[in-house]
Ligand binder design. Structure first.
Ligand code: LLP
Length: 424
């Protein structure tokens, strides 16, 4: 994994041994490698350098300002799904004309704000949204440039909870309804339909569905052009998978080849919305073993991190590789253990029957591939502060979001007057 490796027997991120970060900021703590993010971004960008394109990093994967800003400095735009994410993108230095706005539930307020900001395009997902956007734009004297997000009805062969391009998903507009939506768009005063888009799912390891879906979109684009629509951009979505467990993902080069095969001749500028691919393998969660408990059936390794910090294993049965920060001896005995957090739920479990070298209380372990959909999905469940985030670059590390104090978690909660002690 680029930027994350054992150095002198200790796991390090961009040259910084993780115990130094744990000493400075405690555990659990998220740590991100600049080198990993930048090299993933550059690999992607160079694979498409010979085509007119815009890479809009999907902020939902990891929206820390320092992460967005690292990618923006490489030229990235942003794929945002709320006005909150658009404001983050701007705060991190992304130009408005590099922002696309996705999501099935954009509100009139969000539309108005995005129009005033002057983003590149709205990826529209329903007729209702299209009509509302036209009304909002007209009232403000703007014209909204849109892509219709088409649901191409392909099976992305990924986890059911993160597949989005099959008929019956809530996302996009069915392929057979798309032409009539474009026809309506043309008649609406506040709308200019200049693009078409898709996003078929996340953590996709098999390239075939991408190609099939893109071919369907390109065919539709030709039909739309014949019907007089000026389609200039094709948004290919995100979804490129990463290895969590030694899987062989689609290489960015073969992804680029298939995209070019499917879209060359479409005459469209290509937009991409990768999230996980840029940041997933750039992050680790450092956590400490609090207790080792030998039950009659299992040995439990109880960490100071929990499902509130990293929910993917509990939510999707996701596998994250977990390694001791101190490199185990090559001949260390390996035995299966249950790796769990302290929360009062049986699903608060990072791994089941995971073969691990011996661990004891006080040992640091690192949960890998924790750069995407990890800190952003954390919560305060059990009144646990979310882990801080640290960014490393070339041997130097910086806190990019501190750990809240426990008292911060309830500082803005107030008692209604009937609960306030009046002293009576
Ligand atoms: N574009 C759209 C419209 C999306 O909905 C998504 C992700 C992306 C781009 C970025 O997809 P990526 O390149 O990161 O695969 N929480 C889940 C993943 C949810 C993905 C949601 N949409 C997880 O932890 O695996």
């Amino acid at each position: 994994m680029t930027g994350i490796e054992y150095r002198g027997g200790i796991l390090a991120v961009d040259g910084v041994p993780l115990p130094r970060i744990a000493d400075a900021f405690g555990t659990p703590t998220y740590v991100y490698s600049t080198e990993a993010m930048v090299s993933a971004y550059r690999g992607f960008a160079s694979a498409f350098a010979d085509r007119d394109n815009l890479i809009c990093y999907a902020l939902k994967a990891n929206s820390n300002l320092a992460v967005i800003s690292t990618l923006a400095a490489e030229g990235a735009g942003a794929d945002a799904v709320s006005i909150g994410e658009i404001r983050r993108a701007l705060a991190a230095g992304v130009e408005p004309k590099k922002i696309v706005f996705a999501g099935v539930g954009k509100t009139a307020e969000e539309m108005a704000a995005a129009l005033e900001i002057g983003i590149l395009q709205f990826n529209v997902e329903s007729l209702s949204e299209l009509k509302m956007l036209s009304e909002v734009a007209t009232a403000l004297g703007h014209t909204a440039e849109i892509a219709v997000r088409v649901n191409p009805d392909v099976d992305a062969k990924t986890h059911a909870k993160i597949t989005t391009g099959k008929k019956g998903n809530k996302f996009g507009i069915d392929l057979d309804q798309a032409a009539s939506v474009y026809a309506l768009a043309k008649s609406l005063p506040g709308i200019k339909a200049t693009a078409i888009g898709m996003h078929i799912g996340s953590q996709i390891l098999d390239p075939t569905p991408f190609e099939e879906a893109l071919r369907r979109l390109v065919t539709l684009t030709r039909e739309l052009r014949d019907a007089g629509h000026d389609i200039q951009r094709l948004d290919c979505g995100g979804g490129l998978g990463i290895p969590y467990k030694g899987e062989t993902p689609v290489s960015v080069e073969s992804y680029a080849q298939l995209v070019k095969r499917a879209t060359d001749g479409s005459g469209c500028k290509l937009i991409f919305e990768p999230g996980r691919y840029f940041v997933g393998n750039a992050g680790v969660l450092i956590t400490k073993v609090v207790h080792v408990k030998d039950g009659s059936a299992h040995r439990f390794i109880i960490l100071d991190s929990a499902m509130n910090d990293l929910v993917r294993p509990a939510m999707y049965d996701a596998w994250h590789t977990i390694v001791p920060v101190k490199e185990p001896a090559a001949d260390a005995p390996i035995e299966p253990v249950e790796i769990v957090g302290p929360i009062c739920e049986s699903s608060d479990q990072f791994a089941k029957g995971r073969p691990m070298p011996p661990l004891q209380a006080g040992d640091l372990v690192a949960i890998l591939s924790a750069g995407a959909y990890s800190r952003v999905m954390s919560s305060n469940y059990n009144t646990r502060p979310e882990p801080p985030e640290v960014l490393v670059k070339e041997g130097v590390f910086a806190m990019i979001k501190p750990r809240p104090a426990v008292t911060d978690l309830f500082a803005n909660e107030t008692l209604p007057e009937w609960l306030v002690d009046t002293g009576a």
